[in-house]
Each structure stands twice: as structure tokens, then as C-alpha cells.
Write a protein that binds this ligand. Structure first.
Ligand code: CP
Ligand code: NVA
Length: 307
């Protein structure tokens, strides 16, 4: 049987995502009640980081520990990966010594090649193109606060980056809409949103128009990891793509604000919005832990009945 990986949000069907959300809710409840739940006892997660991280590392490492298993951290600097060992060889070896692998890297192609040669499930912990674990957490957070996301509208203000591409994939899989507004020159790349029907997104030149009537307003840094050389040009181009109180005011009453973090107050979002009453960024960050525990359980054990 083919091994199931989670390399893009669209790797799972709507039904599978709904199952993961249901398991995440149960796992979160049990954890908050101090009930021990060790379905991955004696199992090992290897985490490979080629870029910096706070939340992804912590949530996977703590999550694996809480499921009864162990997590091993590798980074490019002090493993053979940084010295040019072919990714295919690394995949063969690492997957013979572990039960799950999580990778944060640059091009999506690297993780796809690793997965092809892996004996165990591989999870995308962020690539230049996609960040599916974050969108899992974001949608789980939306569901906790507002119920199903089906039929709702999400406003994306800013860069057409890994987060934006993944939101669009999620809109297709879970049947909601994304209003996208990016500065000129930083538009969506059609190759990265193949399979997303135009019924599930609209493009707006003015970020105010993208926010009008939205149930959730979300943004991300102007310069993602790996694009630092473009920082100066981006600071100028993105100046008007800052989520502020005016944008939140044209969204639906009760609209939420999300940001995957780390955030830059005064750039992509004002302090008033991210620290304001509509912001759910701390729940969003915490939920990385709970959804990824459900994800690891599903990838390693398959479906189990929620008690
Ligand atoms: N949101 C997110 O992935 O955070 P880290 O870069 O800290 O892992
Ligand atoms: N788009 C950002 C997300 C960081 C979690 C980046 O790739 O740097």
C-alpha cells in the first residue's frame, strides 16, 4: 500500500481533514484534562530543519513527547544534509530509523523527492511554496471559534507566499472562498495553485475590497524566509498591505484576525489589530500542537475511532 504523506494541504480529502479536526479536538480535550494518551509509544519522529523555527519545532517535539514517542532534531548545519548528501540517500537512511519525518526546507521539490524515497510518512513543516500544518491549525482555530468554515470568506492581505497558496488549496478542499490582495509584482503563481477552481478565490487590487464582508482576515510577513535579499524592495511595495482597524471594520462583524507568526507590528499588521479583540493568534499558535498530534496519529496509525 502506498504510504500516506502530508506534503500539501490537497494531499488529504475533505473527509480526511474533517477526521483530523475531530481527532484534534478529542486529543486537545484529553490533554487539557491531564489524561495520558500514548498511541505512539516507542515511535520516533525525525525533524529536519533547513530554516529557522520556534512554533514548528516546539509543537512537533512537545507533541511527539505527549503521544508517548520521541523527537530527534536535525539541522542542515550539523548533519550530512548540509554537506551535499543526496536527499534520496538521506530519505532511505532516515526513514529506516524512524516512524515519521517532518521537514522544513526550501523548494517543494526537495520534500517531494525525500517522500518518494521514504519508507515512512513525511510531513511538510514549511517549504517556499506551502505551509499545510499551519493552515490545519488555522482552520481548526476558526472551527473552534465560529464553527464550520464551509461557505465562509477569508481575506488574504499581502504576499502570495506559502501561506497564501495553502489557503487557496484549503478553500478548494473544504469549500470556502479566499479574497486575495497582493501588491503589483507579487501576485499568485498559477503553477502553485493548480487544481484550485476560480470559484474558490477572487483577486482584488485594493486590500480594503478583499476584506469587505470577510469572516476571517489574515496576513503574513512581507518577506518570507529565503527571500531576504528582496527585503528592501518589498518594504516599499507592501507599504499599503498592512492590516489595520479600517480593514477590520469593513469585514463582517465578528470577523477574526489570524497571523501564523512571527509578526512584525507596524508592517503587515498594526499592533491595534494583532493585539486587539478580534485577534486569535495565540489560540492559533497553540493549536499547532493539537492538530499536529492528530496528524501524526493519523499518518502512523490510520483511522481510529474517536471515543
Ligand atoms: N508559524 C510558524 O511556522 O512558526 P515557526 O517559523 O516559528 O515555526
Ligand atoms: N511565510 C513565512 C511563514 C513563517 C512561518 C515564511 O516562509 O518565512
Amino acid at each position: 500500500m502506498a504510504i500516506k504523506h502530508f506534503l500539501q494541504f490537497s494531499d488529504f480529502t475533505r473527509e480526511e481533514h474533517n477526521y483530523v479536526f475531530e481527532r484534534a479536538a478529542w486529543i486537545k480535550k484529553e490533554f487539557k484534562s491531564f489524561n495520558k494518551y500514548w498511541p505512539l509509544e516507542d515511535r520516533t519522529l525525525v525533524m529536519i530543519f533547513e530554516k529557522a523555527s520556534t512554533r514548528t519545532r516546539l509543537s512537533f517535539e512537545a507533541g511527539m513527547h505527549q503521544l508517548g514517542g520521541a523527537a530527534i532534531y536535525l539541522n542542515t548545519r550539523d548533519s550530512q544534509l548540509g554537506r551535499g548528501e543526496p536527499v534520496e540517500d538521506a530519505a532511505q537512511v532516515i526513514s529506516r530509523m524512524s516512524d515519521l519525518v517532518m521537514i522544513r526546507t526550501f523548494e517543494q521539490d526537495i520534500i517531494e523527492r525525500f517522500a518518494k524515497h521514504s519508507r515512512v510518512p513525511v510531513i511538510n513543516g514549511l517549504t517556499n511554496e506551502y505551509h499545510p500544518c499551519q493552515i490545519l491549525a488555522d482552520i481548526f482555530t476558526f472551527i473552534e471559534h465560529r464553527g464550520s468554515i464551509q461557505g465562509k470568506t477569508v481575506a488574504w492581505v499581502g504576499d502570495a507566499n506559502n501561506m497564501c497558496n495553502t489557503w487557496l488549496q484549503a478553500a478548494e478542499v473544504l469549500d470556502f472562498k479566499v479574497n486575495v490582495s497582493t501588491p503589483p509584482g507579487y501576485e499568485l503563481n498559477p503553477d502553485l495553485i493548480k487544481g484550485v477552481n476560480t470559484a474558490h478565490y477572487d483577486v482584488f487590487a485594493d486590500p480594503m475590497d478583499a476584506c469587505r464582508g470577510a469572516d476571517l482576515v489574515t496576513t503574513d510577513v512581507w518577506t518570507s524566509m529565503g527571500f531576504e535579499a528582496e527585503n528592501e524592495a518589498r518594504m516599499k511595495a507592501f507599504a499599503d498591505w498592512c492590516v489595520d482597524a479600517e480593514m477590520m471594520a469593513v469585514a463582517n462583524a465578528g470577523a477574526l484576525f489570524m497571523h501564523c507568526l512571527p509578526a512584525h507590528r507596524g508592517e503587515e499588521v498594526t499592533a491595534e489589530v494583532i493585539d486587539g479583540p478580534q485577534s486569535v493568534v495565540w489560540d492559533e499558535a497553540e493549536n499547532r500542537l493539537h492538530v499536529q498530534k492528530a496528524l501524526m496519529e493519523y499518518l502512523h496509525l490510520g483511522r481510529i475511532e474517536t471515543k
